[in-house]
Design a protein. Structure first.
Lengths: 113, 112
């Protein structure tokens, strides 16, 4: 079974702090994704990566950056957290050979005060 | 234009009934289609994938795809209260590359 893990289930941060969210997958998947999910807005893609050190902007990259130094690990960075970044953050991974099916981690619920 | 549309619901069905969830998508060239189930406070879980026209059955779940109509559906037979969740439709569109485009989900409520 694919396993995607995220570093924290819940986080509380202050406005202006730098926040790191980490995601690790154990299935040697090439593709990894970061989404945020908000009520009424659905899943929105922030960034994705199709290879080590490669990244592509999603639909809402502003205020975020990412890092992928190893194939199994994909980090999301909030350079200066703001209250409008309070959300559920979901990481996913996929392999090109599976038609694009993505497997999600448990999510990190971030509260920015 | 990358759009996946779902009726937000809630869709309410009695226990034992068939629940029918529908999804339309904008890109006629889309090749892969997925249904995810998401319980409140949890992350989405992949439950069905379908790649060709017709029906695909897995236990109580049947996915149906009609590429000409740009329509994909999920049928849940013998619905159970444990099926109460939000169901997300996702489509792999050519213009999105490796990313999936997700609908906003339909909330299903199964009453006992």
């Amino acid at each position: 079974d694919v396993k995607v893990t995220q570093s924290s289930r819940y986080l509380v941060k202050r406005t202006g702090e730098k926040v790191f969210l980490e995601c690790v997958q154990d299935m040697d998947h090439e593709n990894m994704f970061w989404y945020r999910q908000d009520p009424g807005l659905g899943l929105r893609l922030i960034y994705f990566s199709y290879d080590v050190k490669m990244k592509e902007k999603g639909d809402i990259p502003e205020g975020y950056s990412v890092s992928r130094e190893k194939k199994e690990r994909f980090s999301l960075i909030l350079e200066s957290a703001s209250t409008n970044q309070t959300s559920m953050y979901l990481c996913a991974s996929s392999s090109p050979g599976e038609g694009g099916s993505q497997y999600f981690g448990p999510g990190t619920r971030l509260l920015v005060l | 234009q990358k759009e996946v549309e779902q009726n937000s619901g809630p869709l309410s069905v009695p226990e034992g009934a068939i629940a029918s969830l529908n999804c339309t998508y904008s890109d006629r060239g889309s090749q892969s289609f997925f249904w995810y189930r998401q319980y409140s406070g949890k992350s989405p879980e992949l439950i069905m994938s379908i790649y060709s026209n017709g029906d695909k059955e897995d236990g109580r779940f049947t996915a149906q795809l009609n590429k000409a109509s740009q329509y994909v559906s999920l049928l849940i037979r013998d619905s159970q209260p444990s099926d109460s969740a939000t169901y997300l439709c996702a489509v792999n569109m050519r213009q999105a590359g490796t990313a999936l485009i997700f609908g906003k989900g339909t909330t299903l409520s199964v009453s006992s």
